[in-house]
Design a protein around this ligand. Structure first.
Ligand code: ZN
Length: 148
């Protein structure tokens, strides 16, 4: 049987929380959500949090043009040399500025310094729980749904 992981990340990829904050958020999550495991991963530098399955399309947030995976791979390689601290890019399609964090990935993924991974949750996340998590984290959040 495959595993399903809900990864909660702040939309601001440079943002992180303290260990104490992370523990408070974990305690909250564990009181609200039934799951096989809930853990916090704190990364020293922004890390690409993916959805496990392969991406099918990546498109430009400005003009909607589908992007070439070779271009994306090269942009990711270049950004990785600086530990993903700098994600700004010039779009090859329309020449506008964006970041690797703002591209439209067909399966939502993103960069983050902090992630909360919830393994095989058997509880739905209601809006109250989600807004409480945003309050505790202190930033708007994304949820990455990973099937591995
Ligand atoms: Zn574009």
């Amino acid at each position: 049987m495959s595993d399903y992981i809900v990864k909660i990340i702040p939309t601001d990829f440079t943002y992180s929380v303290t260990k104490e904050q992370a523990n408070r958020i974990l305690k909250f999550l564990r009181s609200k959500v039934n799951a096989d495991n809930i853990q916090a991963l704190i990364h020293a530098t922004p890390t690409f949090v993916d959805s496990g399955s392969s991406l099918e399309t990546i498109s430009c947030p400005h003009c909607g043009e589908q992007l070439d995976f070779n271009w994306w791979g090269k942009a990711m390689d270049a950004a990785s040399k600086d530990n993903f601290k700098e994600l700004s890019i010039n779009m090859p399609c329309c020449g506008k500025e964006s970041t690797l964090n703002d591209l439209h990935y067909d399966l939502l993924c993103g960069f983050a310094c902090i992630e909360f991974d919830i393994l095989n949750p058997s509880t739905d996340f209601d809006n109250d729980t989600l807004s409480n998590i945003e309050d505790l984290i202190g930033r708007p959040i994304h949820m990455v749904h990973a099937h591995i």
